[in-house]
Ligand binder design. Structure first.
Ligand SMILES: O=C(O)[C@H]1O[C@H](OP(=O)(O)OP(=O)(O)OC[C@H]2O[C@@H](n3ccc(=O)[nH]c3=O)[C@H](O)[C@@H]2O)[C@H](O)[C@@H](O)[C@@H]1O
Length: 432
């Protein structure tokens, strides 16, 4: 080895070695040994420091199903009493329903309708911030006045779900918790996968292991028809051309549901909702923010199709949707399995819940102008390529025949009710 190989990185130190070649060599060996010892001690100290001071794994790093995530948040005799009371049917033979997404638009209406006719209803909602949580809290207050207790929790929390199924023998689950909205999927794709796929699977896992297994009715979407151009949309049509990630997650949900029906004997009914609107609606939807913006004198953007025609929707009023949900719950047969084992075939159904009369968005704006007695400031823009489709139109023959679904409210009548609610609600909440 040439002694040049031994040159230290700081040549100045090398100059002080003015001794015999043997002395230099010995001195170098000594220096190397003491350096090694020094680095080893530093490494050991750092390692011990890390072991002593490193924090326990954070919840986000733990398995979502880890019991320690939520164990402390729920339970207790008072909580269980509230849960049982809310879920207990008032009328003999009433259903015992877990409604997920209970503080959501459709969830609130369905929960209240069920409770009114004497069914037991327990709500579950995570009160996320996708849109103003104050509106969700106001819906919660409404639910409480109707005798519906809403557990604050997430469908991804398996421990919580299992706990709820331990406390209550649910006959049915109305699964409405989801990440909704077509355009937002481009901003936050993970949220769609997390709620509409992972959360749904979590709910199905817990439901299939429950004893008895509940019958499940869940919200799919008209968006699964994607680029389908055959009108009106029938359940028999292909749904393998989704135009948004939202639609793709809803379509995936239908496939996943079928698997749980096939393997575990869960009774499953998917409802393809067509642009639901009405009082207590969702502020991210066009009819809602058009109303807000027209009243404020803000310009609204109206999309048009590539041939300069208006885009159209089969707008469906909330009361009609509620009747469809109740019809689906009432006609759902029991699941056939128990405790995770299939005992025989169970029903699997998919229905369109639409209004059957698509209305152009330009007409929607005209109705709002009339009801609000204000002219809208509007600009027209080509339909952005962000997941939107040009039109939707439901064929409801199947839902009519099998669950007695019969929509009765036209867009003008429904919007009148919405505007009345909007004016009353936001006048009272003028500080919002
Ligand atoms: O039917 C469904 O499955 C879906 O219905 C709605 O989606 P969408 O029909 O797109 O409802 P909006 O976002 O309220 O849009 C309504 C219409 O207004 C149009 N629009 C929207 C926003 C805008 O600024 N301008 C505008 O012209 C859209 O292109 C669409 O034709 C819901 O937002 C989805 O969660 C639901 O699943």
């Amino acid at each position: 080895m040439s002694h040049l190989d031994d040159l230290p990185s700081t040549p100045g130190k090398y100059k002080s070695d003015k001794v015999t070649p043997y002395g230099i060599l010995h001195h170098h060996r000594y220096l190397r040994l003491s350096k090694l010892t020094l680095w080893a001690s530093i490494f050991l100290a750092l390692f011990l420091f890390y072991i002593v001071l490193s924090p326990p794994p954070s919840p986000s790093r733990r398995n979502l199903n880890d019991s320690s995530v939520s164990a402390a948040k729920y339970g207790g005799s008072h909580w269980e009493k509230q849960v049982r009371k809310s879920a207990h049917p008032r009328s003999p033979g009433g259903l015992t329903v877990l409604v997920t997404g209970a503080a959501g638009f459709v969830g609130t209406h369905v929960s209240i309708a069920l409770r009114r006719r004497g069914d037991g209803v327990l709500g579950l909602d995570n009160f996320n911030r996708y849109y103003d949580p104050k509106l969700k809290r106001a819906r919660q207050a409404l639910l409480e006045r109707s005798g519906v207790f809403v557990v604050e929790g997430d469908i991804n929390d398996a421990v919580l779900l299992r706990k709820l199924f331990d406390v209550v023998l649910f006959t049915h689950v109305m699964h409405l918790a989801a990440q909704a909205g077509v355009r937002y999927a481009m901003q936050n794709p993970g949220s769609y996968v997390n709620s509409n796929i992972v959360g749904f699977v979590n709910l199905l896992e817990v439901s299939k292991s429950a004893n008895p297994q509940p019958a499940i009715v869940w919200a799919s979407s008209s968006s699964v028809y994607g680029l389908n151009s055959k009108v009106p949309f029938s359940e028999k049509d292909r749904t393998d051309h989704p135009a948004s990630l939202y639609a793709a997650t809803k379509k995936a949900g239908e496939g996943i549901a079928h698997t749980y029906n096939h393997i575990y004997g869960l009774s499953l009914t998917g409802l393809r909702f067509f642009t639901v609107y009405g009082p207590w609606g969702r502020p991210d939807m066009a009819y809602f923010f058009f109303t807000k913006d027209i009243l404020k004198g803000k310009t609204i953007t109206v999309f048009e199709s590539p041939d300069k025609g208006s885009v159209a929707r089969d707008f469906t009023y909330i009361d009609d949707i509620v009747k469809g949900c109740l019809g689906a719950l009432d006609t759902a047969e029991k699941s056939s399995g128990s405790g995770g084992k299939k005992k025989g075939p169970a029903m699997f159904r998919i229905y369109n819940l639409g209004n059957t009369s698509p209305v152009p968005v330009t007409k929607l704006v005209k109705i709002l102008e009339k009801l609000l007695k204000m002219k809208a400031k509007k600009k027209t823009m080509p339909l952005p390529r962000n997941g939107d489709v040009e039109f939707t139109h439901a064929n409801i023959t199947l839902a009519q025949a099998e669950i007695g679904y019969k929509p009765a409210v036209d867009l003008e009548t429904g919007l009148k009710k919405f505007v009345k609610w909007y004016m009353g609600f936001y006048k009272k909440k003028s500080s919002w």
